[in-house]
Design a protein around this ligand. Structure first.
Ligand code: ATP
Ligand code: RI2
Length: 193
């Protein structure tokens, strides 16, 4: 527990905002999952939201709950997701229970759902990770989770939008992971709120 307690606040552009939910966004391969895990390891108050994805369980990568299309439809109909979206031919959902509570929760989001996330979460901020196109290409190829065609499609989508706004912290993950984590922790500054 941090001395003095309190919850993580977001200190950005001169404003301090209590941020419970932090959407981590950026192009495929930029390192969202890697950075999220490193942040959760580095800070005891940070928790990761587990996503539901219509992707086969054996695909590997992040720790997620695999669901069929029909199962996903049912969860949507039940109102089980705080947010859901489609990308890369898959559907992704953030279960309501994953974003409940008082922790600071990191959620891996699509850049297309930031408007919905801002409307849904009262205390919300964005951690936008960026890297050069050649870095993304090299990382996706090395990771090997997708086929060559799927990697090409992900790279084509890389720059379609760059999140902007007072609640956006943009950090480069082109360099060493430790540097990204240090910058992110500086930005997600612990304060009493
Ligand atoms: N700072 C870094 N330096 C070197 N390699 C990195 C760094 N950050 C992430 N990686 C590597 O890049 C690859 C992609 O990272 P990761 O899977 O975390 O990206 P992602 O943004 O979550 O991608 P996707 O949206 O496709 O799931 C992984 O193999 C990871 O180990
Ligand atoms: O390009 P945009 O819409 O920002 O992101 C699309 C999707 O890609 C990533 O998923 P994955 O972890 O690669 O399956 C993101 O987490 C998001 O769900």
């Amino acid at each position: 527990m941090r001395p003095g307690g309190g919850r993580i606040g977001l200190y950005a552009k001169g404003r301090v905002m209590g941020a419970h939910v932090i959407g981590v966004v950026g192009p495929s391969g930029v390192g969202k999952d890697t950075v999220m895990h490193a942040l959760a390891t580095a800070h005891p108050d940070i928790r990761l939201a587990r996503r539901v994805i219509t992707r086969p369980e054996e695909a590997g990568g992040e720790d997620f709950d695999a669901l069929s299309e029909a199962g996903f439809d049912l969860r949507v109909a039940e109102g089980g997701f705080a947010l859901w979206w489609e990308a890369h031919g898959l559907r992704y959902g953030i279960p309501q229970e994953e974003v409940a509570g008082e922790d600071t929760i990191l959620v891996n989001l699509s850049r297309t759902v930031l408007g919905a996330a801002r409307a849904r979460f009262e205390h919300f901020a964005v951690l936008s990770l960026v890297a050069a196109p050649e870095t993304l290409a090299a990382r996706l190829a090395a990771r090997g989770r997708e086929s060559r065609e799927e990697v090409a499609a992900r790279l084509a989508r890389a720059e379609f939008v760059r999140p902007k706004g007072a609640d956006v912290i943009e950090i480069s993950n082109d360099g060493a992971l430790e540097d990204t984590v240090a910058q992110a922790l500086d930005a997600l500054y612990p304060v009493r709120v």
